[in-house]
Design a protein around this ligand. Structure first.
Ligand code: FMN
Length: 215
């Protein structure tokens, strides 16, 4: 027996979406709520159980506008390239949604920047990259889940990282620290979300040998 309501847990996991067009840009998000989500996220696994993750919460309008600059400089051309005639309807929806966020990123009530205290060497091998990012990503996702449960939408974004240094200087982040993801956070509009279509587990899972289906 488990002490978890499986259907409630699955509902949260399947309906925590990357929210962009349904971010309520008019309603401030209390800092206490963000801290609650970070407390939950801190329970995510990390290699060696080292607490090397940090969070920076940005709600100053001037700083948000300054972060929007590199975000837009990268996001606009990237998304314009993705919106060609070969895009499927599903891809086009993501491009439209991401483009909306590019244009409104400065207006989000709160930005949450997920950080890690060290930097990977340029020559890092896969086991180091896997351990490094695998120690941060679960916490970022837990943050998004905790936020969704509290009525807050968020989106995992990385566009600004092309200009990571510019944002580091703006926010006083030392060069020993790595920026991992920038999450715009706001109350979401509407009541709930529908799960997106995904390939069934049987199609993407092998047993015992590569490409071997379940017998
Ligand atoms: C590592 C990573 C980087 C991403 N970077 C961006 C980004 O810069 N901008 C953006 O709008 N979405 C970004 N996304 C969101 C994906 O595009 C998103 O997962 C996809 O739209 C699926 O949406 P869904 O989770 O709502 O189904 C990123 C997601 C991940 C995991």
């Amino acid at each position: 027996m488990s002490d978890i309501d499986v259907s409630a847990a699955d509902h949260l996991l399947k309906t925590t979406k990357q929210v962009r067009q349904r971010l309520d840009l008019t309603r401030p998000v209390p800092a206490e709520l963000i801290l609650e989500c970070i407390d939950v996220a801190s329970h995510a696994p990390m290699g060696g159980n080292q607490e090397r993750n940090r969070w920076l919460v940005i709600d100053d309008p001037d700083l948000k506008a300054a972060i929007a600059e590199p975000y837009q400089a990268v996001g606009r051309p990237y998304l314009a390239a993705g919106a060609d005639s070969t895009a499927t309807a599903r891809q086009q929806r993501v491009v439209d949604s991401a483009s909306y966020l590019v244009e409104h990123i400065a207006e989000v009530p709160t930005m949450v920047l997920a950080l890690r205290l060290d930097r990977l060497p340029e020559t890092a091998q896969n086991f180091e990259v896997a351990g490094y990012h695998g120690s941060v990503a679960p916490g970022v996702w837990s943050f998004q889940l905790a936020a969704r449960a509290r009525g807050l939408g968020s989106a995992w974004t990385t566009f600004h990282l092309v200009h990571e240094q510019q944002v580091a200087e703006l926010l006083g982040i030392p060069d020993t620290v790595t920026q991992i993801a920038l999450l715009p956070v706001a109350y979401y509009t509407g009541d709930t979300f529908s799960p997106a279509p995904r390939r069934p587990a049987e199609e993407i899972t092998y047993f015992n040998r590569w490409k071997n289906p379940r017998s």
